[in-house]
Design a protein around this ligand. Structure first.
Ligand code: FAD
Length: 433
């Protein structure tokens, strides 16, 4: 059987490529096939924990920032499901993550998403060949990779196989089994939003000895202020891309809490649950253990011993039979055949060089383009892996694919003047103009 030939194929059916396929379909007048490994629609299914909220406004859906009249906008979804009045009356500050996942499913149903098609390898013979289950499932002139992330397990946990150690995304599916251990200590490792959500689920389920370990000196809230949100504007993204690499790295470190902290509502819920727990039981069901990094783990007879490095110096030991890891995520490895991977230009960290329009620099890039979504934080800024500018990124890729301005990115009324200066690469320092 000969594989179909396409102009462009997207690999990965997360929000990034769904947005792209939606905007491309409208601008190009033909669908973009999206190859997705999962057997059906889903968005971080293991992490749709009760009460979990989207950290981004629903206005920043798959299309509306660049094409508010697009039929795959959230407003069209919520009206066509008949829930608009119930939705408005619920007065969400932040919508349930479950609702966003349903919206993505609704949009995916209207696009050409091919589920159950995990691409194991992409090779190149003058066109890209996408291989799945040992067969070429598509030939394409251009390729977009939007593969998302996978859970990160710190090396001291020695892979995923340690008995009693669960990934955050496995917790919901294992709660019934854990129920009989509700009085035992459970340690959640990871002080970010996912860690907070795991803590909340355990508290709501009645676990009475939850311990929460985080590396920072306090469980820091997400900065969702108006000034922090200035960093999530197309104008800032353009400014950021023009800065020298060393300045970008410093800024990213400074900006980390604009995308990596715990939402204020989750923190308040945790503290209020604690308070009530104390009123009822005379003791709090949770202890907070900030300023600790787990650096060594030993598992013997079902007991997991963890050595923690303290941020103030020194160390301490913790023991438990149940650990939940919420220790961040890392980019999914790119499924590029070695012969193709070696033709791609990389930076000093070994990562592919991503251009302003998300195109990779590679040997045959003039004829056959590879675009990479959500993997260029260092060059494109703190907005890169998340949903805030999803449709703006997708629009830039569509414009590049079609070699015309199918979408115009408008960002007016900006009264923040970012510090621009002349950076002297020779001297390695920035000089004011
Ligand atoms: C629990 C959670 C909540 C989040 N909430 C927010 C939020 O509220 N606001 C925000 O801005 N950001 C949020 N993020 C961060 C980010 O916006 C999301 O992770 C978002 O889903 C990224 O979209 P994506 O399409 O790049 O990747 P993903 O959503 O991870 O999608 C990638 C897809 O590619 C598929 N895939 C991977 N490899 C292959 C392959 N070889 N072949 C075929 N398919 C493949 C995967 O199965 C997956 O479906 C959240 C992240 C997590 C983990």
């Amino acid at each position: 059987m000969t594989a179909h030939r396409y102009d462009v194929v997207a690999v990965g059916g997360g929000p990034a490529n769904l947005s792209l396929a939606a905007l491309y379909g409208t601008a190009a007048g033909r669908p973009m096939p999206v190859l997705e490994r999962a057997s059906g629609p889903g968005w971080h299914p293991g992490l749709l924990l009760p009460g979990a909220r989207l950290q981004t406004s629903w206005v920043k859906d798959l299309v509306s920032l660049v094409d508010p009249r697009h039929e795959l906008g959230f407003l069209n979804y919520i009206v066509s499901t008949g829930r608009i009045y119930a939705f408005l009356n619920a007065q969400f500050d932040a919508i349930p993550r479950l609702e966003y996942a349903r919206y993505l499913r609704w949009a995916a149903d209207r696009l050409d998403v091919r589920y159950g098609t995990g691409v194991e390898e992409v090779s190149y013979d003058g066109e890209f060949l996408a291989w799945s289950a040992g067969q070429v499932v598509a030939r394409t002139r251009h390729l977009v990779l939007g593969l998302g992330t996978v859970a990160h397990v710190p090396p001291c946990f020695g892979g995923r196989g340690t008995p009693g150690v669960l990934l955050a995304e496995q917790l919901a599916g294992r709660l019934d089994e854990l129920d009989r251990h509700r009085a035992d200590p459970v340690i959640v490792v990871g002080g970010g939003q996912t860690g907070a959500e795991c803590v909340l689920v355990l508290l709501q389920r009645g676990f009475s000895d939850v311990q929460w370990i985080g590396r920072r000196h306090w469980f820091a809230p997400l900065d969702d202020s108006p000034s922090a949100n200035d960093l999530f504007r197309p104008s800032y993204a353009r400014f950021f891309q023009g800065l020298p690499a060393a300045v970008r790295e410093t800024l990213l470190r400074d900006q980390v809490l604009t995308s990596d902290g715990v939402s204020m509502s989750s923190l308040q819920e945790i503290y209020q649950t604690q308070y009530e727990g104390f009123l009822r039981e005379g003791r709090s069901p949770l202890i907070l253990l900030p300023g600790r990094e787990v650096v060594a783990v030993r598992s013997r007879g079902g007991v997991i011993s963890m050595r923690c490095r303290l941020s103030t110096g020194g160390q301490e030991f913790r023991e438990t039979r149940h650990v939940v890891l919420a220790t961040g995520r890392r980019p999914t490895p790119l499924p590029l055949a070695p012969g193709l991977a070696e033709l791609i230009e990389t930076d000093r960290t070994g990562q592919p060089v991503v251009e302003d329009d998300y195109r990779l620099r590679w040997k045959h890039g003039d004829q056959n383009r590879i675009y990479l979504q959500n993997r260029s934080r260092l060059t494109h800024g703190v907005n890169d892996p998340n949903l805030s500018l999803l449709s703006v990124r997708a629009a830039l890729i569509v414009n590049s694919l079609l070699d015309r301005d199918a979408y115009t990115i408008v960002d007016e009324q900006n009264f923040t003047y970012w510090p621009t200066a002349h950076f002297d690469e020779q001297e390695g320092r920035t000089r004011g103009l």
